[in-house]
Design a protein around this ligand. Structure first.
Ligand SMILES: O=C(O)CCC(=O)C(=O)O
Ligand SMILES: [Fe+2]
Length: 331
């Protein structure tokens, strides 16, 4: 996939289209998800002020001293929210590959409210755990919540495109994602003043765990790479004004591997381009309801054949994957 051919999907045009045109547009997404599952979403309607707000606050947060950031740190290893400092995560471990820690730091937050009647202690202790808000910068939590809400809404709209792409009724996925346990992560990949260790990347090779990731790389930034269908590592170009989205493991499971949860990574800045370059990104990991059972869609398996995978429960699956990436130093 050359940078010229990175697919861009016009979400507004899809939503304004009639039934037949929606099917035609959905088929283009089906083709992309069969090949890489990475595309850009344009005409998404997310407010520029919401995006500018979170960029400003995330940058100001990461620009603080290590001590100030530690004030918002996750209280113990494996706690999902708050500040996760350098050295605390190695994404390649989610695929059982042992690497040095990723060269990044992040701030993470979960659902903005606990659904009425939620009593599962594992859910309450993990995805509904409190976000540890930083004291500074002022207005951080407000900007965060505004962006989180926009991403929740956008993710639901994209799931409708997916349903159409799979030949399902447009609202098929709604009941699986009406109390989603999505997480938002602001990432900062600091300047590299020391050469990385062998095998150490900004983000190790991984697939995402959930239904859908909505990524916003810092405008003009480089480093995100995906495995193209021919097996080669290929850069994902920044697409001005658009979000980069990709599907995660649960879409592959749902579709019996008709759709691929493509491996990706964030590489270190090449020395000839100034190995020092900092990079930021925002990643929203959309995840179906805690107790949603994700099982192969009947339309994705030959009649009489067995699906490739056993069903999983969304929340416990996510928790297992997340905890597998925690490094010895975390906490
Ligand atoms: O920062 C990026 O561009 C991608 C990060 C990523 O793939 C992840 O955190 O899952
Ligand atoms: Fe990822």
């Amino acid at each position: 996939m050359s940078s010229q051919s990175f697919p861009v999907f016009d979400l507004g045009a899809f939503e304004a289209a009639g039934v037949d045109e929606k099917k035609r547009l959905g088929a283009t997404v089906d083709a992309i998800c069969r090949s890489t599952g990475f595309l850009a979403i344009a005409n998404h309607g997310v407010g520029e002020d919401v995006i500018a707000g979170i960029w400003e606050k995330a940058r100001a947060f990461f620009d603080q001293s290590p001590d100030e950031k530690q004030g918002a740190k996750a209280p113990f290893p494996g706690y999902p929210y708050g500040y996760l400092g350098p050295g605390t995560e190695a994404l390649a471990k989610s695929r059982n590959v042992d690497t040095p820690p990723d060269l990044k730091e992040s701030f993470n937050g979960g659902p903005l409210a606990v659904p009425r009647g939620m009593v599962d202690p594992e859910a309450l202790g993990f995805c509904y755990a409190a976000t540890i808000w930083p004291e500074k910068p002022e207005g951080f939590a407000d900007a965060w919540k505004a962006y989180y809400r926009s991403m929740e809404e956008l993710a639901s709209r994209i799931m409708r495109v997916f349903a159409v792409g799979l030949g399902l009724e447009e609202h098929f996925f709604d009941r699986y994602v009406d109390a989603p346990i999505s997480a938002l992560r602001a990432l900062n990949y600091p300047e590299q003043t020391v050469a990385p260790q062998p095998g150490q990347l900004r983000a190790g090779v991984h697939t995402d765990y959930g239904s859908l990731t909505i990524l916003l790389p810092e405008p003009g930034s480089k480093g995100l790479e995906i495995v193209a269908p021919d097996g080669s590592w290929t850069a994902v170009p920044p697409v001005p004004g658009a979000f980069v989205i990709n599907i995660g493991d649960l879409m592959a499971l749902w579709t019996n591997d008709r759709w691929v949860s493509t491996m990706h990574r964030v590489v270190n800045p090449p020395p000839e381009e100034g190995g020092m370059k900092r990079r930021q990104s925002l990643a929203f990991f959309h995840q179906p309801n805690w107790s949603a059972e994700i099982a192969c869609l009947p339309s994705c398996v030959e009649p009489g054949a067995a699906p490739k995978y056993e069903p999983v429960l969304s929340g416990p699956y996510l928790m297992g994957k997340f905890k597998s990436t925690v490094t010895a130093k975390a906490g």
